[in-house]
Design a protein around this ligand. Sequence first.
Ligand code: ADP
Ligand code: MG
Length: 351
Amino acid sequence: MFENSQESRTNLSELGEFGLIDHLTKNFSPKLESTIKAIGDDAAVLNFENKQTLVSTDLLIEGVHFDLAYMPLKHLGYKAVMVNLSDIYAMNGTATQVTISIAVSNRFPVEALEELYAGIQLAAKLYNVDVIGGDTTSSTSGLMLSVTALGVAEKDEVVYRDGAKPNDLLVLTGDLGAAYMGLQVLEREKEVFKANPNAQPDLDQYTYLIERQLKPEARKDIAPLLKDLDVKPTSMIDISDGLSSEIIHLCKNSKVGANLFEEKIPLDPAVISVCEEFEIDSTMIALSGGEDYELLFTISQDDYDKIKGNPHLTVIGHMTEENEGMHLVTRANQKLPLIARGWNSMEEKED
Ligand code: ADP
Ligand code: MG
């Protein structure tokens, strides 16, 4: 969605590649001590002294990962940064810099890219990261956006996916399912709008869900919170695809099994009511919906007292020996095997 479409439209060719880069990046001045040189040379120069460097990258393609029919470009820019910062936070690190690469067709005017960059700039400001470079090229169709995030952590602070032990507690930040249900609401409104362009949707009751889909926030707060609580997770991952596939990643990497308790899975009341409305099982949505960008981690049982009662953290299960397998324990106390039916753009397109 390009909100400025009624107003001025400057063709990309009017600025040219270098003019466009200058125009989009003129407001990015580096703030961090670790950024020695940002945009404007052949490479950025960083200095992390003796810390370990974390790097993560993601590629987003129009029509596969986002639909501009309901995704405002400013939100897309913001979300593209969040998705990457989330991966740095999932290593228990501090995000420090991002690079932004775009391939864009001349269907987009300069003003559209300004909106995209306004979202990127807002994310960089709120999350205290410097934009230190990127690449700009033309595409024959649509928009592609690749973000690379860098971060740092002390060597003994980094948390990998492979450290979970049997009997460790499985802990989740925030709540699940809202981003996926937000997408369902937006898809439905898109169909309604196609049928009747004059329909005025009343989306008030879905605000939380739509925000979680269009403007996700990465969990920058969790690494410092855990440090304050004096807890170091034994393993950690971020929830991009859905709870079950992330639990399976932790288990496979750590060579353990897991029991996940259905009754413990945190759901916002808005998720419960929209699932009733759509006649979908809310547990299924938590397990397989994606894009919540919460963190999932394991801690030693000895640390339970330190996290108990914290409003950001919920114990949802525990790890077991590998040969016990991975299970969902239902409210009716049935044990079902956990399967990864993760929300996955590949699977959707191959149908
Ligand atoms: P090069 O010829 O070395 O690829 P460019 O002319 O593409 O250099 O880029 C010039 C500078 O602008 C570099 O510092 C590069 O990192 C930065 N840059 C290019 N495109 C973008 C972009 N889309 N967003 C942010 N920085 C960019
Ligand atoms: Mg270049």
